[in-house]
Design a protein around this ligand. Structure first.
Ligand SMILES: NC(=O)c1ccc[n+]([C@@H]2O[C@H](COP(=O)([O-])OP(=O)(O)OC[C@H]3O[C@@H](n4cnc5c(N)ncnc54)[C@H](OP(=O)(O)O)[C@@H]3O)[C@@H](O)[C@H]2O)c1
Length: 350
């Protein structure tokens, strides 16, 4: 290791689509992370629903990823410790950074919330893909991370995959956001496009399910709750407004009339499920999620199938438009890597 190389000992909780893909990416990008960013990443602990494995000397991440791809659990690793849960791993491991990718649970945020809380309390930086802890306890977690010299909290991948949605505050530093439109649920984009092509709602949903892009509980997608979760995180993190789900008006796509869809497409536009934040004269924002007809001139009307995007109007930067078409979970993994590089202040611009 050269003298300016920084070693980062990390934990990864959740080894599903995101966690496993992240390990696969890091196993082949380890050298690039070192040469481009001066970061020597060493995985010292992993956890799934069966428990945790910990080795201060480092785990073989390619082997862990292969184990999970074969459908097995961390209990098959030599370093498996039956006394450790993911929370206990976060509490007891000698580590610098937590990467959190357990399932999103909006009832109580667990297990992610306790894992992240514990990591931050024990001085570890936290990078989240999971949304539950942020939707339910953003203020508490941000406070744990805001102490001077305290740990960092990052969650770029939780809002729109590789899109730098959660990083927009920094991008638009000094500007006031007047209006933000977020199309951050790829599943409803696919369903609405299918319906515009003449399929019924159930058939369109079945097609999206066949593509493997629908949440296990489809209501999260089609009734607008996934988009709402992301808007809550955006409002807290980017707009700086303490916000809960109950502060939003949320309408899904089940009731969109097929004729409205066909008319929008025929006119060169489309109907999308949009998360909308509009600044009010008192400095607050109205926040809502619902189907919106986007005319042909609207930048988000040009998104392709499954693509996510956002348009933000601010007083200084004018109209900022971003879009991202991603292949599976790797976009979210890229966002988590961006967060790691951001935390360690490495020369990320290279
Ligand atoms: N998939 C995406 O494209 C995407 C995009 C952005 C954000 N996210 C968010 O990222 C997170 C992970 O998504 P995913 O698609 O990877 O989910 P997933 O495939 O369901 O994987 C979840 C992982 O969490 C593990 N787990 C469950 N309960 C646990 C517990 N109590 N302690 C430790 N680990 C536990 C599971 O263990 P087993 O392996 O033993 O089942 C599994 O490895 C979710 O919060 C999701 O909302 C996902």
């Amino acid at each position: 290791m050269t003298h300016d190389m920084r070693e980062v000992r990390f934990l990864l909780t959740g080894l599903g689509n995101i966690g496993r893909s992240l390990l696969e990416i890091l196993s082949v990008r380890q050298e690039a992370m070192a040469t481009r960013y001066g970061l020597a990443l060493r995985c010292v602990g992993v956890a799934d629903s069966a428990g945790a494995a910990y080795d201060p000397a480092g785990l073989d991440i390619a082997a862990v990823a292969a184990l999970k791809r074969a459908g097995r659990s961390v209990a098959h690793l030599a370093q498996y410790d039956p006394t450790l849960s993911a929370v206990e791993l976060a509490a007891r491991a000698e580590a610098d950074l937590l990467l959190e990718a357990t399932p999103t649970n909006l009832r109580d945020g667990q297990p992610g919330l306790e894992i992240v809380r514990t990591a931050l309390r024990t001085g570890k930086h936290a990078v989240l893909a999971s949304k539950g802890p942020l939707v339910l306890a953003y203020g508490e977690l941000a406070a744990l991370a805001s102490t001077s010299d305290g740990p960092a909290l990052r969650f770029s991948g939780a809002v729109g995959g590789a899109l730098p949605t959660a990083n927009l505050g920094r991008h638009l530093a000094g500007a006031v956001i007047e209006r933000a439109e977020l199309v951050v649920n790829g599943t409803t984009q696919v369903i609405l496009e299918q319906m515009a092509a003449g399929h019924g709602f159930e058939t369109a949903l079945a097609e999206a399910q066949r593509q493997g892009i629908v949440e296990p509980d489809p209501s999260l997608d089609v009734d607008g709750w996934d988009a709402a979760n992301k808007l809550v995180i955006f409002a807290n993190a980017v707009l700086g407004r303490p916000t809960r789900l109950t502060d939003l008006r949320v309408e899904g796509i089940r009731g969109v009339p097929p004729e409205a869809l066909r008319a929008a497409w025929a006119a060169g536009g489309r109907v999308s499920l949009v998360g909308l934040a509009e600044r009010q004269p008192d400095g607050g924002y109205t926040l809502q999620v619902g189907p919106v007809t986007l005319g042909p001139e609207h930048p988000l009307a040009r998104l392709s199938r499954g693509e996510m995007g956002l348009v933000v109007h601010s007083d200084l930067a004018g109209r900022t438009t971003m879009a991202s078409l991603e292949d599976g979970p790797v976009g979210t993994c890229q966002a988590m890597i961006r967060d790691i590089v951001d935390i360690y202040g490495a020369p990320a611009a290279r």
